[in-house]
Write a protein that binds this ligand. Sequence first.
Ligand SMILES: Nc1ncnc2c1ncn2[C@@H]1O[C@H](COP(=O)(O)OP(=O)(O)OP(=O)(O)O)[C@@H](O)[C@H]1O
Ligand SMILES: [Mg+2]
Length: 287
Amino acid sequence: MAIIEVEDIFFTYRDGTEALRGLSLYVEKGERVALLGPNGAGKSTLLLHFNGINLPRKGRVTILDREINSKTEKWVRSRVGLVFQDPDDQVFSSTVWEDVAFGPKNMGLGSDEIESRVNDALKAVGMTGLGGRAPYHLSYGQKKRVAIAGILAMLPEIIVLDEPMAFLDPKGKETLLDILNLMHEKGQTIIIATHDVDFAVEWADRVIILKDGRTLAQGTCDLLRDSALVEEASLRLPVVSRVFQLVPGLRHRPLPLTIADAVGIINRITQRCGDYLKGDGDDECGK
Ligand SMILES: Nc1ncnc2c1ncn2[C@@H]1O[C@H](COP(=O)(O)OP(=O)(O)OP(=O)(O)O)[C@@H](O)[C@H]1O
Ligand SMILES: [Mg+2]
């Protein structure tokens, strides 16, 4: 069942830039979707349509069976949580606590519920104890965490994150991945715009590749084995695939995408070559 349906949308910025030009795609309920594409492809512009900040000039965006327009934009904001690419566009209250509480307050929740949601969200992003800090004094990565916490506290059915990994340290990325996995287990639909193909292949159920304001391709992560498509989208093959491509004896077809795929292939080779690896085999191994 499609939870988001985008049909042939066009969007033009005030200065005349045609950012989306006949873009169509769908997202199914409970899916983890990675939205890929070069700089300027239209990813952020598209994501702003998912909670009604942008409305298409032409075409239609339907979310949870409702068309998004000026009458439904308020409704959609309680269903879709959007973490902006730049936390400076999102984090604006005088304290971290107030900022995370902003969404739940707007939803009209009671004070106990707000308190517990804010505390849970700050804990989830590793910011417990920093609720009293002024957001503008935080580091960029910390602001990013606060922006994510603000969306988590709203418990939206659909969560959309624009480049969430940018500026997070390795531990912060791991924490975010744990949060995303937990949300996926709870049945939430998650869409992430990213340039990180290694993250996409390890995490996504499906990838959607944009270019020049249109959908270039959508499908499983297998799309990312297609060197011509990857080149056209200004992406690159996942690191694992590149390693296998570079080693003559490992040029398997199809190339592995994930670490697990690669380990599976290496294990099969080492089993076949057990004697050789122990030093008492001959040179035939791997040929
Ligand atoms: N506020 C704006 N006013 C005018 N043009 C804009 C505005 N924001 C984006 N654009 C233009 O719209 C097009 C799509 O930009 P968008 O930010 O959606 O791309 P993106 O895929 O998110 O890129 P990136 O990977 O760099 O984040 C680009 O040509 C960009 O220059
Ligand atoms: Mg962007």
